[in-house]
Design a protein around this ligand. Structure first.
Ligand SMILES: Nc1ncnc2c1ncn2[C@@H]1O[C@H](COP(=O)(O)OP(=O)(O)O)[C@@H](O)[C@H]1O
Ligand SMILES: [Mg+2]
Length: 447
């Protein structure tokens, strides 16, 4: 059996409250009452209601104002107004504002009961829809790249282009910008989508174990190798192997990986037999691999082999246009099928003023925390961490950038999108290459 649903009746006439409570309560409907706006507000703090019946004239508030207030703090609730004869205009206005229905005094009980029943059905429908939306959000988290900024659009474009390609891809960007999301999206749209997607963070591997983890080993091939191990290249057979933090791969293993990429052949530890790999490789790093090559810390040939196709994800603060969409996405995702919390303009402004050193991951964490603190109500500034509020101070009303600063930021962004290719950047900016060089020097944008 379904659990009963909750109705709140707000009316200042005590006999009406008593009557409705007695007559409308049933095994599948619990009726609560409040005699004024004040006690209605209290009641709303304690209980989630499905339907609220509200007298338009209350001693301490206007019914319509109260309705607007309820709409701010609750979701998945329908309102029915009780009006007097002279309030028809108000009632029409109320319908426009989103009241489910109104009923004029004196009313028949069975008519009210029908309206309540219908209102409740609509609430159920809304919840169902939200549930659907929620599951969609949950599945899309793995493969959907949220954002509408120029760099994200470019990345989506590139991912589409990669659908029929098996080329290794190097995904770069600071921690938390969404490298995993991009890797997953590339796999999900590739011809290998139904095959395994294996993720390994090279920084998490014990140095001595890396080779065996990747390529596998024969039983007895080293002390402690009591069992044979097939290795990730075999586990990811026909699928995609995503090696995260590739900059941390030990040097000797770098050489073996290069050989695998070039010949598609590899050997398990302790074996002479050559095995053929059928794996698509994706790589990610938050380090500057070109610099690591210069410093002799990364195999140059391997670098060129994995850097054939580079997708760079800029920091979140360089693409704040994405922030509102990401907020909406995470609120949907994190509310777990419960009503999605409201994010007032003021709070959003705070988020926009912040620098986000931890990028999208930090945003997600901040929202998760805020949702807990907001207790199902609108997310106020008080729900944000202190550091965020402090660092955003003054920024909220920061003066607009000077034209020079704008130009500098814009050029930096275009260069990032073009992965440092000045020729391409000059084309995008529609200026001559020499002019671009001059500006790069002027603004100190050399890598
Ligand atoms: N563009 C995006 N759209 C949706 N979710 C994102 C996006 N970018 C990052 N995320 C989310 O932010 C968190 C960190 O992203 P992740 O891919 O793990 O970052 P990285 O691998 O670059 O450190 C994850 O929860 C991820 O789902
Ligand atoms: Mg990652």
């Amino acid at each position: 059996m379904q659990s009963p649903y909750h109705v709140l009746v707000v009316d200042d006439e005590e006999n009406i409250l008593r009557l409705l409570k007695n007559e409308l309560s049933s095994c599948d409907r619990i009726v609560h009452t409040a005699e004024n706006a004040q006690s209605a507000r209290q009641a709303l703090k304690k209980q989630q209601y499905d339907v609220i019946i509200l007298d338009i004239r209350l001693p301490d508030a206007d019914g319509l104002d109260l309705f607007a207030e309820f709409k701010m703090v609750t979701q998945d609730v329908e309102l029915v107004l009780i009006t007097g004869h002279g309030d028809i205009d108000n009632a029409v206005e109320a319908m426009r504002m989103g009241v489910f229905d109104y009923i004029t005094k004196p009313f028949k009980l069975d008519r009210l009961e029908v309206v309540i029943e219908r209102a409740y059905q609509r609430v159920c429908l809304q919840r169902e829809n939200r549930g659907l939306r929620h599951t969609q959000a949950a599945t899309s988290e793995r493969c959907n790249l949220i954002g509408r900024s120029a760099p994200i659009q470019e990345i989506k474009f590139l991912i589409d282009k990669l659908t029929h390609s098996e080329v290794p891809v190097l995904i770069t960007g600071e921690s938390g910008v969404g490298k995993d999301v991009v890797a997953q999206a590339i796999h999900t749209r590739s011809q290998r989508a139904t095959q395994p997607f294996i993720v390994k963070n090279c920084a998490m591997l014990f140095r001595e174990m890396v080779r065996s983890e990747l390529f596998g080993h024969k039983k007895g091939s080293f002390t402690g190798a009591t069992e044979a191990h097939e290795g990730l290249v075999a586990v990811a057979h026909k699928g995609t192997l995503f090696l995260d933090e590739i900059g941390d791969l030990p040097e000797d293993v770098q050489a073996s990986l290069l050989r695998l990429l070039e010949t598609k052949m590899y050997r398990r530890m302790g074996e002479n037999k050559e095995r053929r790999a059928d794996v698509r490789f994706l790589f990610a790093t938050n380090r500057d691999l070109a610099k690591a090559v210069e410093d002799g810390a990364f195999n140059e040939a391997l670098f060129h082999r994995i850097n054939v196709f580079n997708i760079h994800i800029p920091r979140l603060r360089e693409r704040k246009e994405d922030l509102p969409l990401l907020v909406e996405h995470f609120l949907n995702l994190l509310s777990n099928g419960r009503p999605v919390a409201d994010m007032p303009e003021k709070t959003l402004k705070r988020l926009l003023a912040y620098d986000w050193p931890g990028n999208v991951r930090e945003l997600r964490n901040v929202l998760e925390r805020a949702l807990i603190l907001s207790d199902g109500k609108a997310i106020t500034e008080n729900c944000l961490p202190k550091e965020l509020l402090d660092s955003g101070q003054g920024n909220t009303n920061a003066p607009p950038l000077s034209l020079e600063n704008m130009e500098r930021e814009h050029i930096a962004r275009v260069l990032a999108i073009c992965h440092g290719s000045r020729q391409r950047a000059a084309q995008v900016l529609n200026i001559g290459r020499k002019t671009l060089y001059r500006k790069i020097q002027k603004y100190g944008l050399e890598p």
